[in-house]
Design a protein. Structure first.
Length: 115
C-alpha cells in the first residue's frame, strides 16, 4: 500500500504546467542566471542555441541533484516531453555539459594582444 502523505510532494511536482517543487525552481533559476537568462527562457519554447545550451545544462543539474525524479517529472518542470529530456541527457553524455559563458576582460587574445 502506498503512503499518500509520503508521495504527495512527488504528485504535486508532477502537476502539468506547474513547477511546484521549490528546489527544482531554484536549480533552474541558478542555471538561468549563470547563463544570463531568466527561468522563463529555459522553460519557454525558444530554440535559440544559447537558450538550448542553458536548458540542457539545467536539465543535467536537475537530474544530478534529484536522481530519484523520473524523466517525465523533469520534463513537466521544463514543459517538455520525457523523450526530450532523454535526448538532452544523451547529448550531454556525448558532448559534455554546456558551461556558462565567461567574460574575459583584459585577457590576452590568441595573438597576445589585450582584449
Amino acid at each position: 500500500m502506498i503512503d499518500q502523505q509520503q508521495h504527495a510532494p512527488v504528485v504535486q511536482a508532477a502537476a502539468p504546467g506547474v513547477i511546484s517543487d521549490p528546489p527544482i525552481r531554484q536549480i533552474i533559476a541558478k542555471v538561468a542566471t549563470s547563463f544570463g537568462l531568466t527561468p522563463a527562457d529555459l522553460i519557454g519554447q525558444t530554440h535559440r542555441a544559447n537558450v538550448v545550451r542553458a536548458r540542457h545544462a539545467a536539465i543535467h543539474a536537475v537530474r544530478t541533484a534529484k536522481p530519484h525524479l523520473s524523466l517525465g517529472q523533469i520534463g513537466r518542470a521544463f514543459d517538455r516531453h520525457h523523450t526530450t529530456i532523454l535526448h538532452a541527457l544523451r547529448k550531454m553524455e556525448s558532448e559534455g555539459v554546456p558551461q556558462p559563458p565567461t567574460v574575459l576582460t583584459g585577457a590576452p587574445s590568441r595573438n597576445g594582444a589585450e582584449a
